[in-house]
Ligand binder design. Structure first.
Ligand SMILES: Cc1cc2nc3c(=O)[nH]c(=O)nc-3n(C[C@H](O)[C@H](O)[C@H](O)COP(=O)(O)OP(=O)(O)OC[C@H]3O[C@@H](n4cnc5c(N)ncnc54)[C@H](O)[C@@H]3O)c2cc1C
Length: 360
């Protein structure tokens, strides 16, 4: 079949991968540079109902990483650092959950596993199910691999209109070109789903904004993803009661509270880190908040006892909630309008589902 994919982020590239793998010919329309995310695949801290899907998605990422080393997939694990009694209580309760790959590490064991961890800590909660991608390399590496099959083409243009006919779909682009395909997948950026909404009639999904920093190379770069104890408040995979006690008993810093932050440090291949994550709600001010950036640098600096330099700074927008793929009654158009903050993690599992639903 001829498959058209509209959108160019990591999820869209994975949809292209899945369709080509199943023997189809893909043309992708993309009008910009994807943001690509932090590259953290946090499969171990998803909601209980998503654990199986996350494990499957991670297994698929592993397979993709094995075939396309350029995506930079690595089963890095993660360590969430507990620095207070209330954070330690969450870590202890989490480690008792046998459904998850959590291990509670005494400070010495945490430092033995991750020598870059130099700052004071009461314990580290290791998660063996977490992994990293090198996000800015993922899309180009997948595209280059797919181009080598002779069944993949990427066009740099914007899809403006989509019409369904008996024999397929016709897409009109802003450069005046048209593309005829048998089926189409719409993977628009969060907040740019007007074309998709024309079909689904769905209300727009609320958005979240994350601020990211890229540091320069470190003398001792961590191998694992590192997070501070505020991660317990923001990811759905930790036990509720101790998290509620943590929220009630321990105030966050002013910046962390104002910008919905936890600190996440994701190792990059160049020896630096990608730092996040804020979770600001709409409306987003034009400027990226300085106190949020300062908090990210200060906490990471404390965890590593290192001076950090900033080499890049940007914002990412994600849909606040995940919405299931919508299949048009014709069976020819699938809209992936809202994949949520774990869009990158779940992408290969969602791509399988999408391909099944389109009969690919
Ligand atoms: C709070 C928060 C937490 C996050 N946590 C993580 C995390 O743990 N791990 C992680 O890896 N990431 C994380 N992210 C990042 C997030 O998963 C993705 O960056 C974000 O969802 C963007 O996804 P995307 O690839 O769909 O969109 P984009 O990166 O914006 O890519 C879409 C592409 O499609 C193109 N496009 C859109 N419409 C059209 C059209 N009509 N025609 C042609 N091209 C079009 C755009 O130009 C763009 O190039 C987080 C983000 C936030 C805000």
């Amino acid at each position: 079949m001829r498959v058209a994919i509209i959108g160019g982020g990591v999820p869209a590239a994975v949809h292209a991968w899945t369709a080509v793998l199943r023997g189809h010919t893909v043309t992708q329309l993309d009008d910009g540079a994807p943001i690509a995310g932090s590259g953290a695949l946090r499969a171990g801290s998803v909601a209980a109902a998503d654990l199986e899907r996350a494990a499957h998605a991670l297994w698929l990422w592993r397979e993709i990483g094995g075939r396309v080393p350029g995506v930079g997939f690595r089963l890095s694990g993660s360590i969430t650092v507990a620095r207070t009694r209330a954070e330690l209580a969450v870590a202890e309760a989490a480690a008792a959950d046998t459904a998850r790959e959590f291990t509670l590490l005494e400070p010495e064991r945490a430092r033995a596993l991750e020598p870059a961890l130099r700052g004071p800590l009461l314990a580290g909660l290791h998660c063996g199910a977490d992994a990293v991608l090198t996000p800015h390399q993922t899309v180009p590496a997948l595209r280059a691999h797919l181009a080598g099959t002779g069944r993949f083409t990427a066009r740099g243009c914007s899809a403006r209109a989509l019409a369904v006919a008996a024999e397929g779909v016709l897409i009109r682009a802003d450069d005046g070109s048209a593309l005829a395909a048998d089926v189409a997948l719409l993977c628009p950026s969060p907040g740019r789903d007007a074309l998709a909404r024309e079909f689904t009639g769905a209300e727009p999904v609320p958005l979240l904004r994350a601020q990211r920093l890229r540091t320069g190379p470190l003398e001792r770069r961590p191998d694992a993803i590192l997070a501070d104890g505020d991660q317990f408040r923001h990811r759905p995979g930790y036990p509720r009661e101790p998290v509620a006690r943590l929220s009630a008993e321990q105030a966050q810093t002013a910046a962390a509270a104002e910008f919905g932050m936890h600190v996440l440090a994701v190792p990059r291949l160049d020896g630096g880190l990608t730092l996040g994550a804020t979770g600001e709600g709409e409306p987003f001010p034009a400027e990226l908040a300085e106190p949020a950036a300062e908090h990210l640098l200060a906490v990471t600096g404390e965890l590593l006892e290192a001076e950090l330099t900033v080499r890049g700074r940007w914002a990412e927008v994600a849909c606040a909630i995940e919405r299931a793929p919508w299949l048009a009654p014709s069976g020819r158009i699938l809209v992936l309008g809202s994949a949520g903050p774990d869009a990158t993690l779940f992408a290969p599992a969602v791509a399988e589902l999408a391909a099944d639903r389109l009969g690919l």
